[in-house]
Design a protein around this ligand. Structure first.
Ligand code: DGP
Length: 111
């Protein structure tokens, strides 16, 4: 497998501000925040894109995303979850991740 930034975060080779961790999932602050709150939720298994993720993984990712959004106080005003996929989706890190963004208003449709 090619080197993967998020696998390095999972193995603690690379430092990150971790906000949630269990045996199979991790959530941490994004280093290039696009909103006052911006964190990522990832599976510890190296799954490249949403296209090859199973139902259980996707369910857990979104459940943890919502749980940590609530912990960040985003429940009342709301927040946005994003999964970028491949080139047109703007994916830059090929390890499946859910972005959770909050603390400001987001336009629709996205750019
Ligand atoms: P995407 O474009 O959907 O593949 O988003 C990748 C995100 O990963 C982007 O918002 C920036 C974030 N990111 C990239 N490298 C690092 C890193 O080393 N640490 C952390 N915490 N986030 C990173």
């Amino acid at each position: 497998m090619k080197s993967c930034i998020f696998c390095d975060i999972i193995s603690k080779k690379l430092k990150a501000q971790i906000i949630y961790e269990d045996d199979e999932f991790l959530a941490f602050e994004d280093t290039h925040p696009q909103a006052p709150v911006h964190f990522l939720v990832i599976p510890k298994a190296h799954i490249e894109t949403i296209l090859v993720a199973n139902e259980q993984t996707l369910g857990r990712l979104l459940t943890i995303a919502a749980q940590e959004a609530k912990n960040k106080g985003l429940e009342a005003d709301g927040f946005r979850t994003v999964i970028n996929c491949n080139r047109h989706g703007g994916q830059t890190v090929y390890h499946l991740h859910v972005h959770v963004l909050g603390g400001r208003w987001f336009s629709w449709p996205p750019g």
